[in-house]
Write a protein of this length. Sequence first.
Length: 148
Amino acid sequence: MKTISSNRKAYHDFKIEEKYEVGIALSGTEVKALREGRANLNDSFARMKEGELFLINAHISPYSCGNIYNHEPKRERKLLMHRFEINKIYGKVKERGYTLIPLSIYFNDRNKVKVELGLAKGKTLVDKRHAIKAKDEKRINEREGRSR
């Protein structure tokens, strides 16, 4: 599994409840650009439109050796998932106020581009401060353990 891009800020801003692996419909130059590692998932999210999932605001830079047929960097891209999974996610997003956030984009062992989606709930400022404090305490304890 070769990771192309990951959304590390998502773990800071959201509490991830569940993770899903979904496919993504891409044009030819997008796959070549992803092989060069030219993707950015910051501020991107997934949304339901007419019973289908779409990845919105994900930036895949144009292919460096491309021509006039290069792709648009921030176009909406269809996510490929089974219907029953989409319906299950749709119920949670609609009722409980969850958000679908892309956590990473990668090539799987069969060289297919996959997106890891997280069903997430937004953290409050207090939760973020608590997480930072816990991480700092863990770092201090590890440092003290090494020095002994």
